[in-house]
Design a protein around this ligand. Structure first.
Ligand SMILES: Nc1ncnc2c1ncn2[C@@H]1O[C@H](COP(=O)(O)OP(=O)(O)OP(=O)(O)O)[C@@H](O)[C@H]1O
Ligand SMILES: [Mg+2]
Length: 250
């Protein structure tokens, strides 16, 4: 049985950065194998992890919809494509959802994809899903529940409101079966008291605070994978502390 952890929040708040660090944390802890799922149509978890991505599931879905299955049964074809989409690394694999659906009905293609992904995820101890804002597409693409949700917010009220809404939606849709942890990211100095009050008011559980870090920003600008920053980098250090008290203690 795999344990699914999803990362969600408003745009640009540091979701992919945290998801990449979570993958690294699990691998370093020996909690393997891990499947990293890039559920953002604007694929970029691979960059944070420092991997090339040749093919995405969106491409395969498009082929399926057009009825291209190279003379194979559809099940076999999608299984082959899913395996081709998997990028293998030490301790973890990465798969990306890629392009969103075009117009028309994708039900048949999605059903096959879901069945294939569900079967695949049974091979992993942990699944880490990096999302785009919103939770709807999680339940569309896999029938698996999310056992732990990290909602990320920068130190703004709007971003915090988005995090609380995503939590509410995940609970309402029955996708989330476990705890939801808030991580404040890109925080300069101390978080303002008004922000901490708003966290309480929204009933969010604050798991940790990540600083706005220049080294991380410049590593990213240089096109280097931010998940590989040294362990004494303040963002890596704080993120690992968060995982220690949430993921490792569950
Ligand atoms: N703690 C941090 N300090 C400084 N820069 C950061 C920090 N976290 C993330 N960044 C930078 O901010 C940008 C956005 O981060 P990231 O891609 O992780 O956010 P995201 O929430 O996944 O964005 P999107 O909504 O586009 O998927 C990146 O350039 C990243 O390197
Ligand atoms: Mg992202």
């Amino acid at each position: 049985m795999s344990f699914t952890i999803a990362v969600a929040g408003k745009g640009g708040v540091g979701k992919t950065t945290l998801a990449g660090l979570l993958v690294r944390y699990l691998v370093e802890k020996g909690e393997t194998p891990v499947l990293a799922v890039d559920a953002d149509s604007n694929t970029n978890l691979n960059e944070v992890l420092g991997l090339e991505l040749p093919l995405t599931l969106g491409d395969a879905r498009e082929e399926m919809k057009k009825g291209q299955s190279m003379g194979m049964t559809k099940d076999l074809f999608i299984e082959m494509r899913v395996n081709q989409c998997l990028v293998e690394e030490k301790g973890f694999d990465l798969i990306a959802m890629g392009r969103p659906e075009g117009s028309g009905c994708y039900c048949a293609a999605n059903n096959l994809l879901t069945a294939s992904l569900d079967a695949l995820s049974d091979n992993y101890k942990y699944i880490v899903v990096d999302n785009e804002a919103g939770m709807e597409h999680i339940s569309r693409i896999t029938t698996k529940k999310v056992e732990m949700l990290f909602v990320i917010s920068d130190p703004s009220r709007r971003s915090l409101t988005a995090a609380a809404r995503i939590r509410d939606l995940a609970v309402e849709m029955g996708v989330l079966t476990g705890p939801c942890h808030l991580v404040l990211s890109m925080v300069r100095n101390e978080p303002p008291q008004a922000l901490l009050d708003a966290v309480k008011e929204m009933g969010l559980e604050l798991a940790g605070i990540l600083p706005d870090d220049e080294d991380l920003a410049s590593q990213d600008l240089a096109g280097e994978p931010t998940s590989r920053l040294p362990l004494d980098n303040p963002v890596v250090k704080r993120a690992f502390e968060v995982f220690e008290k949430t993921v490792s203690s569950q």
